[in-house]
Ligand binder design. Structure first.
Ligand SMILES: NC(=O)c1ccc[n+]([C@@H]2O[C@H](COP(=O)([O-])OP(=O)(O)OC[C@H]3O[C@@H](n4cnc5c(N)ncnc54)[C@H](OP(=O)(O)O)[C@@H]3O)[C@@H](O)[C@H]2O)c1
Length: 332
């Protein structure tokens, strides 16, 4: 049986101290699965939350030792029984997440900070011509979240939407997708990231939150939806001040509104939401990138070593990334 290097942690910790690199067997794919040889994997803020034990605190499945990492791109290595449409050597990408939470009935999720990953084929998208493998690893988790948050907020042609945090990975994709849907887009960022957010050419109005409170009296109101990618203090109370009475508050980063989208009528939706794996969304995101309609920039790239993985966790935790942090497992 062949082995591979994989990152794992045997204990929760507030920092990278418990991360370790292990030599473990490459799992053979069961029926319905594929094994992918990984080229690139992307970090997300959730990697630090998982390491800190916060998801276990939320009651989500979380076996220990845990093998972290959700986003990846690579090539098909082995195809399991009953899988059609994939062949060895084909370029693919995916996010190995669950159905709206950190659980998956088929098997453990995560495991992308490794040389190989074995996962259900139904989570895997092909990389189309014109999409490079680095961007393919960068887009699935943040892109799927942005897409599904806009869907929950029913953001469409003519909607007036406020997206909190356009410098973050989810926010930068959300503002671009909202613009593509034909919405009137307002967003927030700091002085530090103002130039970058302007360069996306997606927001009609950018509010510099270091100078202006987006919820202040006399500011913009009557939003059809507020999409929160930041989770600042009192965000739901503030959002209610600027939303239409039947508006939607969708947050990916705050528990202020709870988990029942219908609990705050007449608001038509007000809740935390969590992404679900969806290859159709992954495919649609890839097509937009290929068409030059969606940018997903990279913040930092580092080769696969224990030291570098720890450094990338720190960069991600600093909360100042503009774009995705990428682990180069094997250059293309
Ligand atoms: N529920 C889900 O399904 C789900 C999925 C993905 C992510 N998330 C969560 O969503 C959050 C964002 O994730 P991400 O990947 O987009 O993060 P990220 O890329 O690490 O975001 C970093 C950016 O956030 C900006 N920021 C920080 N404070 C801000 C504020 N008060 N207002 C506006 N912008 C601010 C910073 O820019 P400035 O310097 O301009 O402030 C920074 O560049 C995280 O908490 C993550 O865990 C949840």
């Amino acid at each position: 049986m062949s082995t591979m290097k994989a990152i794992r942690f045997p204990k929760f910790a507030p920092d990278e101290s418990t991360l370790e690199i292990a030599e473990v067997p490459v799992q053979a794919p069961a029926a319905g699965e594929v094994t992918v040889k990984i080229n690139y994997a992307a970090l997300n803020p959730v990697d630090n939350k998982v390491l800190g034990g916060h998801l276990e605190g939320a009651g989500w499945a979380h076996p220990i030792p845990f093998y972290p990492g959700y986003d990846f791109s690579g090539t098909i290595e082995t195809v399991g029984e009953g899988v059609s449409g994939f062949a060895k050597g084909e370029k693919v990408f995916a996010v190995n997440w669950g159905e709206g939470k950190h659980d998956d009935s088929s098997k453990t999720i995560g495991s992308a900070f490794a040389e190989f990953i074995t996962l259900p084929a139904k989570k895997v998208s092909k990389i189309p011509e014109g999409l490079n493998m680095k961007t393919a690893a960068a887009v699935p988790l943040a892109g799927t979240t942005a897409w599904q948050a806009l869907d929950k907020g029913e953001v469409k042609e003519g909607s007036k939407v406020l997206i909190l945090g356009a410098a973050g990975a989810v926010g930068m994709i959300a503002v671009q997708l909202a613009k593509l849907r034909g919405a009137k887009v307002f967003t927030t960022c700091s002085s530090r990231t103002l130039e970058f957010v302007s360069s996306l050419k997606a927001a009609d109005t950018i509010i510099n939150y270091t100078e202006t409170d987006w919820s202040a009296e006399g500011g913009e109101k009557d939003f059809d939806a507020v999409i929160d990618t930041i989770g600042e203090a009192d965000v739901f109370t503030k959002a209610k001040k600027v939303l239409k009475s039947d508006g939607a508050f969708v947050t990916i980063a705050s528990f202020d509104a709870g988990f029942d989208p219908k609990a705050h009528a007449p608001l038509r939706f007000a809740s935390f939401m969590c992404l679900s794996n969806d290859t159709k969304v992954q495919d649609d995101l890839a097509a937009l990138i290929v068409a030059g309609k969606l940018q997903v920039p990279l913040n930092k790239e580092m080769d696969f070593s224990m030291e570098n993985v720890k450094a990338l966790y720190q960069v991600q935790r600093d909360g100042k990334s503009v774009g995705k942090n990428l682990l180069v497992v094997a250059s293309e």
